[in-house]
Write a protein that binds this ligand. Structure first.
Ligand code: GLN
Length: 454
């Protein structure tokens, strides 16, 4: 059914870079058989899933939407993909993104943008716009994304879907194509909170191949979501509104209106809502756009035309290794990726390191302290996910517009805490998402409160 749906709408939505119909059907048959024989190990056995194309899949082309990886077929599966396969989830295909997950609209993809199913003239957000659009357009019931500064949550907000950035270390990054390794996290995209919880239950858990993977076992997040669906489940829950985020005029009026509506709803459900100070949050974006490019400049050094993907040989006779590398990177990396590599090389360079990278690390610590203080007073934090509803094409391509659009999503990445975006209502016929953040390792709390509000 999903392959039929893809055939019907994919020409307009363009959520996928690769569709693996044969592979998905074979996996679906195997899952059916396991169910019939009673050997299926997961409640999601047979439920198809889409995978963002910066997560490697053995035997299935993986490009991270970059021309530099065009035609690259990974020889191994990411940890999360091993988990999907073991649980019997057929993989429908690989979804579009901004090149190497750098962007806020999928317009930075090396293969053309994805369109928002709610309005094809608008972007689905980014970088994980492909996964979010596939789920919103019923081209997949669930999908995987990656979130370095908001790339699961902001597309969820733009497409009326659910997106979760788990606690840093809750889901192994082994096989996720690295952008900013201290920030990157794989997480679920879905249409309901419970579906996201079920998917995180499948992909989460310890993996020794990721040295930042948390060692402990996790209680069922699906159980937490089901508990949240019960009446009275968030009675007395303390919800904090970060004053410095919510009081500014950064949000569009309609977003602010829906935010207030959702606050009222939470109060009706019995939650205690208070305003709290998070003084460093407003500097989080500035710190992120130093730290992330620094890590990008290091992580993307591997695309040297020798180890992966395409190679461009310059015309001249004397094309030595350096010239081949340089010609390849010049031709096959996109403008936003180059901008960040240059920026990060600069901020890490001797003489500037302390002024930029060192200072940004200090701001990161201040943001972490803000979270620690906040979570002494409240159980979760609540904000809109993004400043606006889905934008038109071209409105998020200028660096300043692209970067400031992550104002609300980035603090969670800097602190490694879990965050979720869920639908918060419609503004002018377009979906707007609301975000909860919880202390590290308290992903269950996020699912519980979100299921209650949903
Ligand atoms: N929009 C942010 C950026 O461009 C977030 C990206 C992400 O989370 N991968 O960096």
């Amino acid at each position: 059914a999903h392959l039929d749906r893809i055939a019907d709408v994919e020409g307009a939505v363009k959520a996928y870079l690769t569709v693996d119909a044969d592979g998905a059907l074979a996996q679906a048959e195997a899952a059916d058989k396991a169910r019939a024989e009673g050997t299926a190990t997961s409640p999601l056995a047979g439920v198809p899933v889409a995978v963002k194309d910066n997560i490697v899949t053995k035997g299935l082309e993986t490009t991270a939407a970059s021309r530099v990886l065009e035609g690259w077929v990974p020889p191994y599966d990411a940890h999360v993909v091993e988990k999907l396969r073991a649980a019997g989830l057929p993989i429908l295909g690989k979804t579009n993104l901004d090149e190497f997950a750098m962007g806020a609209s999928t317009e930075m993809s090396g293969y053309g943008p994805t369109h928002n199913p709610w309005d094809l003239d608008r972007v689905p957000g980014g970088s994980g716009g492909g996964s979010a659009a596939a789920v919103a357009a019923y081209e997949a019931p669930i999908a995987l994304g990656t979130d370095t500064g908001g790339s699961i949550r902001q597309p969820a907000s733009f497409t009326g879907t659910v997106g979760v950035k788990p606690t840093y270390g809750a889901v192994s990054r082994y096989g996720a194509i690295a952008m900013g390794s201290s920030l990157d996290q794989i997480g679920p995209a879905s249409r309901t909170v419970l579906d996201a919880a079920l998917l995180q239950d499948v992909i989460g858990g310890h993996d020794q191949r990721d040295q930042t993977s948390l060692p402990e076992a996790w209680a069922s997040l699906a159980d937490a979501a089901r508990a949240g669906q019960q009446p009275g489940s968030i009675k007395g829950l303390r919800i904090g509104i970060p004053r410095q985020v919510a009081e500014g005029d950064a949000y569009e009026d309609e977003v602010a209106r829906l935010f207030q509506q959702n606050i009222d709803l939470l109060k009706e459900l019995g939650a205690e809502v208070t305003w709290i100070d998070t003084k460093s949050f407003e500097y989080a974006v500035a710190a992120y756009y130093i730290l992330m490019p620094s890590e990008v400049s290091s992580n993307l050094a591997r695309y040297d035309s020798v180890r992966y993907g395409v190679r461009v040989t310059p015309e001249q006779q004397n094309a030595n290794v350096e010239r081949v590398m340089s010609a390849t990177r010049a031709a096959a990396l996109g403008p936003e990726v180059k901008r960040r590599i240059v920026l990060g090389t600069y901020t890490l360079s001797s003489g500037y390191y302390d002024a930029y990278y060192g200072s940004a690390q200090k701001v990161r610590t201040l943001v972490q302290n803000d979270f620690a203080d906040a979570f002494k007073q409240v159980d979760v934090l609540f904000t809109p996910t993004a400043l606006s509803g889905a934008k038109k094409f071209g409105e998020l391509t200028e660096p300043k517009d692209m970067y400031t659009s992550d104002l609300t999503s980035i603090p969670a990445n800097l602190a490694g805490v879990p965050a979720i975006s869920l639908p918060g209502g419609l503004a002018g016929g377009l979906p707007v998402g609301m975000q909860f953040m919880a202390p590290a390792r308290e992903d269950a709390r996020l699912y519980q409160v979100s299921a209650a509000l949903e």
